[in-house]
Design a protein around this ligand. Structure first.
Ligand SMILES: *Cc1c(COP(=O)(O)O)cnc(C)c1O
Length: 362
């Protein structure tokens, strides 16, 4: 028996979710977003599982793009934050990686660097998020300059990003879509703006390329819905073993800071997982944990290597396996109990948690 927490990664569920993406946006090409180690799921395994069913991969950072290409993936790879200097640009050209261009420094480097091979460029337009991208006033000029730029092959594509698409009643998204359309009307380019929320809730946003991230992992981008309500299946299931059972007397207090006190005689189970594994330290007392067919409440402070749950009279033994989130317990529910979003929970599962790939063969 191992005391370590494990994250099971269900690659069948991943591919099932990809099919749901296709069904929602059948006319669009898919750029699977696998940044941040595929949202904590393991970038190489996720990319392998998707490699013959997507049109491209997208990552945020230079090192992620390099690693992906050097691992042997031959799809288009889009570097969402683009390059930082001429040396990185040369590397992108050598490895045939697409770059996003979101600010003038990158444009100047492109114009002043002679590349062995021109690369695909994606010009990022700021349609209202006001984080990355060229403003509406700058856009036409930058686009013209990129068309003339010898470092860019073919026509640059255009992308933008939503600020509020997870709120289905917020009209800001329609404003962004309209602006994006208007600015690209006279130039026949491939366009992309839809993240998971756009794919699911804003069909006018699909255009030529969609960029699903969180929904691939079976998780809802919306605060009021779970992945399964949207026809998705969880990919990551985080589990840990019971490493001790304690009988607790009425009035005794548990854990650091004695944050929880037994109101009656009870039993607690200690699980071998804590914030050192990425379980959120601010998960509140009462956060559900699934074990032996029931949900038991987390009690007291989350420690680095362990947590406690109140099991009352239930028959639970050392070595039994608990689910922190995944198949039996939506990660969206745990995120709410920890005052965060499910994106953060899956991303921050730490390196000491082994990822065990699960898939059916044949
Ligand atoms: C992360 C990211 C996405 C994917 O967003 P989800 O909400 O996870 O679908 C799409 N586009 C860009 C630019 C991103 O940074």
């Amino acid at each position: 028996m191992s005391n370590a927490a494990t994250a099971t990664i269900n690659l069948d569920a991943l591919r099932f979710n990809l099919l749901q993406v296709r069904t929602r946006a059948p006319a669009s090409k898919i750029m699977a977003v696998i940044k941040a180690n595929a949202y904590g799921h393991g970038i190489t395994q996720v990319a392998s599982a998707l490699s013959n069913v997507v049109d491209a991969f997208a990552v945020a950072q230079f090192q992620e793009a390099i690693k992906l290409r050097k691992t042997g993936f031959s799809q288009r790879i889009i570097l969402l934050q683009g390059f930082a200097d001429a040396q990185q640009l040369h590397t992108l050209s050598e490895l045939d990686i697409d770059t996003v261009i979101h600010q003038f420094e990158q444009l100047y480097i492109l114009q002043s660097t002679e590349l062995e091979q021109p690369i695909h460029g994606w010009i990022k337009m700021d349609t209202g998020m006001h984080r990355l991208g060229f403003s509406i006033d700058q856009f036409n000029d930058v686009y013209e300059q990129l068309l003339k730029c010898k470092s860019i092959k073919e026509k640059p594509c255009c992308l933008s990003h939503f600020s509020n698409a997870d709120d289905q009643s917020n009209q800001k998204t329609n404003v962004q879509i309209a602006l994006f359309k208007k600015l690209t009307r006279s130039i026949a380019v491939e366009k992309s703006i839809a993240n998971s929320a756009g794919i699911l809730a804003w069909p006018d946003s699909h255009f030529e390329w969609i960029r699903p991230g969180i929904m691939l992992y079976g998780i809802s981008p919306f605060a009021n819905q779970y992945g399964k309500d949207l026809g998705l299946q969880p990919v990551m299931t985080l589990r840990a073993n019971v490493i001790a059972i304690q009988a607790i007397k009425k009035g005794e207090k548990i854990g650091y800071g004695e944050m929880w006190q037994a109101s009656i005689d009870t039993k607690i189970a200690v699980l071998g997982i804590g914030y050192g594994d990425g379980y959120p330290r601010n998960a509140a007392t009462g956060t559900p944990i699934f074990i032996s067919g029931i949900e038991c409440p987390l009690i007291g402070r989350v420690s680095m290597d362990s947590i406690c749950i109140d099991i009352g009279e239930h028959e639970i033994s050392v070595g039994d396996v608990a689910t922190l989130w995944g198949d039996e317990l939506p990660v969206e529910k745990i995120a709410a109990a920890a005052a965060t979003i499910p994106y953060e929970l899956v991303c921050r599962v730490t390196e000491r948690v082994p990822r065990k790939m699960k898939e059916s063969h044949g």
